[in-house]
Design a protein around this ligand. Structure first.
Ligand SMILES: *Cc1c(COP(=O)(O)O)cnc(C)c1O
Length: 384
């Protein structure tokens, strides 16, 4: 059976060129970059080169890049690191209701440890209002964290504006750019970001590696203890193959972002139009224009996300749902809740996220299958 992967917001396959670049760093160039001997120096050279590549890609200096174990770790490091470093000045953090769990649950942890957190609402397209950020700022605000683009509904936030407000007020500004690195152009300066999180496996790199950009001068304590790697900002031996793979993924992204992004946007829009035309009783979720290139999110009335997912999978199409108890989440999507959807629409939601390997034929097939699946699930749920 034909198998189609439309879950690129969850993870992407590593590009074969990424894998090829990583391979020598497992057994040939295996040294510890912290060692002074030639084995170590060779590995360090690779890490240094990767750091330059990543830094150039987002327009920052190499020493401002901290390699981490992925997006979740980068978010934890930025938020906890900033919160504790800023404690003498205040205890207030501003974020939004639509952040990734790794931001929300880190903030909840901090609340349990004496910090106060303001969660900003979003409009029906999932957008944070920069004026609301301004209004939420108090003399005790020590961090603002708003994601660059949402992983569920694809909405791109007005990060440059929010960052500008933060900068005017002298408050450190963090953005979770895991969904945008390699998909949208990122210029950390233009975004007015002091801290920016990214992860390799969302852009055809390996899993378990990412980075945190921390503008020099940003006060941030370490959140891992036990080593002086990354200038004491992230203890633990460098994941050299992973870091090399991340840099290769970034290099490839420089190419495909110009050559392949328009095809992805075209296929996304074809899928959106196709679903809207073919299925009655659906709602398109997220912002129509300020949207990630590969994100499609719909709610289908009188359906059940889990069942939609299962039947799509049986037809060979992998996608994801924001309904209750999916593999990734612990309940109905907090993002779909935040944009004000009724519980019926939240229950029947489906996210299809496209990547660089998706073809016209894949989208045609999806458009053939999805309306039938919705119909089938509707006929099933009628009898529940
Ligand atoms: C995937 C994702 C993360 C987590 O990244 P990992 O590398 O899987 O830990 C964080 N934020 C967003 C927006 C994501 O999409």
């Amino acid at each position: 059976m034909k198998k189609i992967y439309l879950d690129c917001a969850s993870t992407t396959p590593a590009d074969p060129e990424v894998v090829a670049a990583m391979l020598p760093y497992f057994s040939e160039i295996f040294g510890n970059p912290s060692s002074v001997h030639s084995f170590g120096r060779e590995a360090k050279k690779a890490v240094d080169h990767a750091r330059e590549t990543v830094a150039r890609f987002i327009g920052v200096k190499p020493h401002e890049i901290i390699f981490t174990g992925g997006g979740t770790e980068s978010n934890n490091a930025a938020i906890k690191g900033c919160a504790y470093a800023g404690r003498s000045r205040g205890d207030h953090i501003i974020t939004s209701y639509v952040e990734h769990h790794s931001v929300l649950e880190t903030c909840e942890f901090l609340q349990r440890n004496g910090f106060t957190v303001t969660y900003l609402p979003v409009d029906s397209a999932g957008m944070v209002d920069p004026d609301a950020v301004l209004d939420a700022i108090t003399p005790k605000t020590i961090l603002i964290s708003i994601m660059h683009a949402n992983n569920e509904i694809g909405t791109i936030q007005p990060i440059a504006e929010i960052g500008h407000i933060a900068r005017e007020k002298g408050i450190p500004f963090h953005t979770d750019a895991v969904q945008t690195l390699g998909h949208l152009t990122i210029d950390a300066d233009a975004l007015n970001a002091d801290l920016l999180s990214a992860s390799a496996h969302k852009l055809y790199g390996p899993k378990g590696v990412g980075f945190l950009y921390a503008r020099s001068g940003t006060k941030m304590g370490p959140f891992m203890h036990g080593g002086s790697q990354e200038k004491g900002r992230r203890a633990s031996t460098h994941n050299v193959p992973g870091i090399v793979g991340l840099a290769k993924a970034v290099e490839l992204a420089e190419k495909y972002m110009t050559e392949e992004m328009n095809p992805i946007i075209r296929l996304r829009d074809k899928l959106i139009k196709g679903i809207s035309d073919a299925v009655k009783g659906c709602r398109f979720n997220g912002h129509p224009a300020k949207r990630l290139p590969g994100n499609v999110n719909f709610s289908f009335k009188n359906t059940e996300g889990e069942l939609l997912l299962q039947h799509m999978d049986e037809e060979g199409i992998a996608c994801s749902t924001g309904s209750a108890c999916s593999a990734e989440s612990k309940g109905p999507s907090h993002v779909l809740t935040a944009i004000g959807l009724s519980s019926d629409l939240i229950a029947g939601s489906l996210r299809l996220t496209l990547g660089k390997y998706v073809t016209d034929e894949d989208i045609d097939y999806t458009l053939e299958v999805l309306p039938k699946v919705v119909k089938k699930v509707r006929s099933m749920t009628e009898f529940l």
